[in-house]
Design a protein around this ligand. Structure first.
Ligand code: HEC
Length: 287
């Protein structure tokens, strides 16, 4: 809280403040997304492709427990036609505790049901992941400042998915996990630190095996399924699950800014008009 206040003050004063690079050791790519900027909205086709990637690849391990099937048909989201959304839900089974005299039983999912929890215990739920992680840090500096780009949750996820590299030579061969240049929170071998304990290679070792290699899915719209396209599409989809009403929020915000600007102009003119008779002419030049 105090820290963000300090940042705001520094920003307001225009002080060139060196951004405290908390995750300087991870590399996040500044991918561009259609939802960025004050007029940005989600691209329906991209969200549909992202849904497909999530369904065919990520769902094997990750849940989306806060997202209901019904929202897939919502305007501003993937906007699946009603019958497609129903068909999508009907592919899945959910455990319903009210069935079989309270013992519970499986039944076909309906639009009101949710995607469900992660199938793999240590794979985090992805519903809110795009808002829980920041790709950009600090207000100033490179093109990756939060001031102009937002928090960068989408960039972070896409960068993780494209961030797998061959492990650097400094690491022991049997080191746990998969080397990823965008992931800062994983294990890190001592043999890759210098004498001061600083990391000598970016990123760390993540517990998720590379989920996308490129050409993992085939899109109905023939869109490219190169690795970075897939990564950006599924990241956009996860930004939508985390903030489904982002476009509406931006519109309201913009309308507010325009309204307040108009009000300020009117108040200025009114003020001038009210005081005009009381101000002797030519006074301005004297002052
Ligand atoms: C084989 C299982 C598996 C699959 C498939 C999989 N993941 Fe993961 N994922 C994991 C595990 C396990 C972790 C936790 C890794 C860790 O914390 O070291 C994880 C972590 C993550 C994280 C969180 C990174 C962080 O900052 O904590 C994201 C984002 C993510 N996965 C996205 C995806 C996406 C998107 C897909 C589909 C393209 C996918 N995963 C497919 C197992 C999987």
């Amino acid at each position: 809280m105090l820290k963000s206040l300090a940042l705001t003050v520094a920003l307001a004063l225009g002080l060139p403040m060196a951004a405290a690079a908390q995750h300087a050791e991870a590399h996040v790519e500044n991918y561009s997304f259609p939802y960025e900027g004050p007029f940005g909205t989600f691209d329906q086709n991209q969200l549909q492709r992202g849904l497909q990637i999530y369904t065919e690849v990520c769902a094997a391990c990750h849940g989306l427990e806060y997202v209901s099937y019904r929202t897939l048909a919502e305007e501003g989201g993937p906007a699946l036609p009603e019958d497609q959304m129903r068909a999508y839900a009907a592919q899945f089974e959910v455990f319903d505790e009210s069935l079989a005299d309270g013992e519970g039983d499986y039944r076909t999912a309906t639009p009101a049901d949710y995607f469900g929890q992660s199938a793999l215990g240590n794979a985090p739920d992805l519903s809110l992941m795009a808002k829980a992680r920041a790709g950009f840090h600090g207000p100033y500096g490179t093109g990756l400042s939060q001031l102009f780009n937002g928090m960068g949750g989408g960039e972070y996820i896409a960068s993780i998915l494209t961030g797998y590299h061959e492990a650097p030579e400094c690491a022991p061969e049997d080191f746990d996990g998969y080397y990823n240049v965008a992931f800062a929170a994983g294990g890190y071998p001592d043999s890759c630190k210098d004498e001061d304990g600083h990391h000598t290679v970016p990123g760390s070792w993540i517990g998720m095996p590379p989920p996308l290699l490129g050409e993992d899915v085939t899109f109905a719209d023939d869109h490219s399924n190169e690795l970075h396209h897939e990564a950006v599409d599924v990241a956009a989809f996860l930004m939508w699950t985390a903030e489904p009403h982002m476009a509406a929020r931006k519109q309201v915000g913009l309308a507010g800014v325009i309204g307040l600007t108009l009000l300020a102009v009117l108040l200025y003119l009114t003020n001038k008009r009210l005081w005009a008779p009381h101000k002797p002419k030519g006074r301005k030049e004297e002052a």
